[in-house]
Design a protein around this ligand. Structure first.
Ligand code: SAM
Ligand code: SF4
Length: 323
């Protein structure tokens, strides 16, 4: 699958649910309304869709959401998808808030998941409760420990928030170093209406310059085809990534598309271009129309986003498209 700008699309991110057991301030409104369950693809339909993508050249799948591990029976989908590992699919992974991870870590490793991303914006219990509104730090740390015990490699995603966790970058780097975890700092993106996002927006270029005064940040060639740019922290030996949608344009090497839990394929996180795959999926058990719709989507992949922190780029929340 090659888009009009010559980029090979090999990475599919799937939002398996728009629901979540947290209400992170930058991601959701507290009184979020979620999609009616009847609108959602069944897990079997999701598996069929993902299988079509793998057949067409997707080698990497990431399950996200909302919180992927709150979807009932999600392990059956993961098990089904894992059957493709080594047979077209090279990597199956997920991004999670960690709240349910302790329960699932062993099973994830057993089916062949090797690496996961866990979102963790602070190591301070009180702050964690404030940022996530409904979350608690303890179970997330237990989940991370369980994932480590199961042998999963972990990358921590930390959204950088001015006046909230900007005093914690050093302690988070130290903690990740001790625990053997990579860390990725994320700049807030203007997706979905939430209040006060501009006030907490922090330019990661500035954060990076400050960190470089205290840590030896060595250029790293590590690339994932994604938006993160990595350095290696010499003092800890771990990788540190930066996702900076405003200060660095990462679109030219974009290799991904995103599927929502209702079967809409978005070609860019920051644009509205989309095709509906649910209709062709349900219209026939034969995948011909589905594959044609996927090809139409790839042919319409936009060149890039045009994020501006002062206005909402797209009205849908990150939890709909999957971060
Ligand atoms: N619930 C899971 C989690 O939190 O990891 C997966 C979905 S969440 C939408 C994926 C990632 O997007 C998380 O790391 C989260 O911090 C990040 N995120 C959510 N809203 C964001 C925003 N407006 N700007 C930047 N990152 C955001
Ligand atoms: Fe839920 Fe993840 Fe959004 Fe937080 S960032 S509200 S955990 S989907």
């Amino acid at each position: 699958m090659i888009d009009p700008f010559g980029r090979q699309v090999s990475y599919l991110r799937v939002s398996v649910t728009d629901r979540c057991d947290f209400r992170c301030v930058y991601c959701m409104a507290e009184d979020m309304s979620f999609l009616p369950k009847a609108e959602l693809l069944s897990l079997e339909e999701m598996e069929r869709l993902c299988t079509a993508f793998i057949r067409m050249g997707v080698t990497k799948l990431r399950l996200t959401g909302g919180e992927p591990l709150v979807r009932r029976n999600v392990m059956s989908l993961i098990e089904g998808l894992a059957q493709h590992l080594g047979d077209g699919l090279e990597e199956l992974t997920l991004t999670t808030n960690g709240s349910q991870l302790a329960k699932h870590a062993q099973a994830l490793a057993a089916v062949g998941v090797k690496r996961i991303n866990v979102s963790l914006d602070t190591l301070d219990e009180e702050k964690f409760a404030r940022v996530t509104r409904w979350g608690r730090l303890g179970p997330v740390l237990d989940g991370i420990a369980a994932a480590q015990a199961a042998g999963l490699a972990i990358k921590i995603n930390m959204v950088a928030l001015k006046g909230v966790n900007d005093d914690e970058f050093d302690s988070m780097l130290e903690w990740c170093g001790r625990e053997g975890l990579d860390l990725c700092l994320i700049e807030t993106m203007p997706m979905g209406e939430v209040t006060h996002r501009e006030e907490t927006h922090l330019r990661l270029a500035d954060v990076r310059a400050e960190l470089a005064e205290r840590w030896t940040l060595r250029h790293s060639d590590y690339v994932t085809g994604g938006p993160a740019r990595y350095v290696t922290v010499e003092e800890t030996g771990q990788r540190l990534g930066f996702i900076t949608p405003f200060s660095h344009n990462f679109c030219e090497s974009c290799n991904r598309v995103r599927l929502t839990c209702t079967g809409t394929l978005y070609m860019c996180l920051g644009q509205e271009d989309a095709v509906d795959l649910r209709k062709p999926l349900r219209a026939s058990m034969d995948d011909e129309a589905l594959e044609a719709a996927i090809r139409r989507g790839i042919a319409a992949k936009p060149k890039g986003h045009d994020f501006d922190i002062n206005r909402v780029a797209v009205p849908r929340h990150m939890s709909v498209t999957g971060g």
